[in-house]
Ligand binder design. Sequence first.
Ligand SMILES: [Mg+2]
Length: 331
Amino acid sequence: MTELSLEQRDRAAGAILGAALGDALGAPYEFSTSSPGVTLHGTADDFPGGGAHRWRPGEWTDDTSMAVPVLEAISDGDELTSDKTLDRIGVVWWAWAKDAKDVGVQTRRVLSEMARPSAVDLRISAYNVHRETGRSAGNGALMRTPPVALAYLAAPKGAARTAAAARAISCLTHYDSDAGDACVVWSLAVRSAILDGAVDWTAALAALPEARRPRWQQLVQEAGSAQPDAFPNNGWVVHAFQEAVSALASAGPTRSSWAQGMLTPYLATIEAVINAAGDTDTVATIAGSLAGALVGASALPEAWLDLLHGWPGIGASELESLTHAALVVTR
Ligand SMILES: [Mg+2]
């Protein structure tokens, strides 16, 4: 196994913390129907708290809560595509969803249909929800995919294994192939940002089944030259994905404008997402993972990290510890 450099480790922590911070920064504005006109400064004042679920300042939502068990499995060295691991992740989600205040509609339906579920039970339930409602391409799988990028950073066939893990975890609750495809592309995009300090969309798209690759190529391209508010249906995984790509592109498309240790492009990305309204916390989580990877954890303000917290009663330092544990696992 190749050793990761200090910069790569900083970017890996940036992906996890950047996602959780995006979640907490976007939470007060979820369900807004017009731009809240937010300007972020990198200070504690960026966390006013409130919103539909009365969040405390710095509190993350379901997006990060559902990502935590995935990160824990990675830190423990579990093989993410094995049903034993997927059983464990699914049971933690199922127990969490019993009293969580903000479980997404589709995820709640999948999880609530059974007693203590196995991975097989969840996949069947996800298929049944798809069959009964005619759709299952909500953004709830994409929002929890960022940790998957850390699992096989230095492993043999790392990109292919990352893609397989992203799809396996998506399929536990989301039957539609759009959800799995988005998770594959995003996890690989974050992986490339961690390894190289720049996003390799071409490599990320190459992991999709050939027949669906041209469509996603077009979705990425279209998003790169559009404004974030051009994707208003952002509860749908495709618009959530495109809005995140668009927000990143609007914050600075070139490698030099994303110098590690500089907060500005991260601020601009999250601001663009929040001001595009709708599912602000989820799109900010998705975009925040990639923006955080590009700038690195060292760019993220202490004032934010001090306030960051959420289920299961942890904060930024625990997320960092889990990240560091994930990076020393040999696979
Ligand atoms: Mg949420």
